[in-house]
Design a binder for this molecule. Structure first.
Ligand SMILES: Cc1cc2nc3c(=O)[nH]c(=O)nc-3n(C[C@H](O)[C@H](O)[C@H](O)COP(=O)(O)OP(=O)(O)OC[C@H]3O[C@@H](n4cnc5c(N)ncnc54)[C@H](O)[C@@H]3O)c2cc1C
Length: 353
């Protein structure tokens, strides 16, 4: 600002609390220097205030939000922006004495070889079958694997939405969830670190560190949970069905605060996105703006039978399953289920009275 005469600053809007604060500070700086500041919509189809309920607040029912989303959708909203054409040498002005762009190493990144799915649109066949395959973590083509690209903007959400709109409404639904959680985080930034549901802010979690470590390392003796955690540790990815199983198990079976799990996922997931992670963790814990009922405790064994009946997923990530090297269950399901319901119920009732 002091070196160049800046007329305007353009950026894409970002809803994370830190980003909101940062952009507010930059906007103020621009104002002080007579430059205009423009934060534009790019990462979502409908921005934070475009689809509010009658009360002027976000709807707390996903079905109502989805209905409004679908009704408001116009073809042009799913058209890709011509950014590749506009971003060319003749459109860019070279600043005299401009500092060179820092390299990734200079920014503190280290090289780490890891599988990254293609940034192209997923194959048509996969998208057509998505509703049939999405809950089978043992298949490599069970879901699109595009979350990391949506996270970093290396695939346009508009293009993926358009493909989903043409080929598979279930996939479109999942992408609408993404818009929804982004909007919720902007309106309720405190939910990044606090339960939305005030009656569940004082659940006496056990937070047993040894059990937490066993969960992190995939040593709980529940194979679907262990497979998910081991895949996460090794690849930085975990299929949605396994995220549900591992998150539910941590909060309900082990009674560990959902924030511990949220933090662990944030350290490990390549597609980590605060709005999606917090939204989903609070959903699983029963504490969110939208949430599964707090008394719902999934059985990890029933989930295994339902979603990995031939053990394809488990065999891939937990090769010692079925041998004496595999640990016994860290806690009995029936006992843990009753303990979780009782703990949550007591906390809930105490907060109400
Ligand atoms: C506890 C927990 C934590 C999660 N943390 C994250 C996270 O940090 N980042 C993240 O992108 N997703 C997160 N998810 C949502 C979901 O698991 C991933 O988006 C999905 O597994 C990514 O794989 P995919 O691209 O193959 O998804 P697909 O099934 O192919 O879905 C396509 C896209 O739809 C969106 N989507 C799918 N499922 C969901 C969902 N449940 N909520 C919101 N959007 C969804 C994602 O953008 C995804 O890339 C989390 C889910 C749970 C249960």
């Amino acid at each position: 600002m002091t070196t160049y005469k800046v007329a305007a600053v353009y950026t894409n809007e970002d809803y994370e609390p830190y980003a909101t604060e940062r952009d507010t500070a930059v906007a103020q700086l621009c104002q002080q220097h007579g430059a205009t500041f423009h934060a534009l919509k790019d990462q979502v189809i409908f921005a934070k205030n475009e689809l509010l309920g009658k009360s002027g607040r976000p709807s707390k029912v996903f079905g109502s939000y989805r209905k409004a989303w679908l009704e408001a959708l116009r073809d042009e909203q799913l058209r890709p922006y011509p950014s590749a054409e506009l971003y060319n040498a003749s459109n860019l002005t070279k600043l005299p004495n401009a500092p060179s762009r820092p390299t990734l190493t200079e920014m503190g990144f280290e090289e780490f070889r890891q599988f990254i799915p293609s940034a192209e649109l997923p194959p048509e066949k996969l998208v057509r079958n998505y509703h049939l395959t999405r809950n089978t973590p043992g298949r490599v083509d069970s879901s699109t694997r595009r979350s990391v690209h949506l996270r970093f903007g290396t695939l346009s959400v508009r293009e993926l939405m358009r493909q989903a709109q043409e080929l598979n409404p279930k996939l479109l639904d999942e992408l609408v969830w993404r818009d929804y959680f982004m909007m919720l985080l902007w309106h309720y930034p405190y939910t990044a670190t606090e339960s939305y549901e005030p009656r569940l802010r004082h659940v006496p979690y056990r937070n047993n560190e040894e059990e937490f470590r066993a969960w992190c390392e995939g040593r709980t003796g529940y194979p679907l949970v262990d497979a998910g955690m081991r895949e996460l540790n090794e690849t930085g990815y975990m299929p949605n069905r396994a995220r549900i199983a591992t998150a539910g198990f941590l909060v309900k079976h082990l009674l560990v605060d959902w924030r511990w799990g949220d933090k662990y996922f944030s350290d490990k997931l390549l597609d980590y996105d605060m709005s999606q992670n917090v939204g989903n963790w609070q959903w699983m814990a029963g504490t969110g703006v939208v949430a599964a009922p707090w008394f719902r405790v999934y059985s990890p064994q029933s989930q295994l039978k339902q979603y990995d009946p031939d053990l394809a997923y488990v065999k891939k990530w937990v090769p010692e399953y079925g041998t004496s090297a595999y640990p016994a269950p860290i806690v009995d399901h029936k006992f843990a289920r009753e303990r979780a319901i009782e703990t949550f119920r007591t906390a809930y009732r105490a907060a109400v009275s």
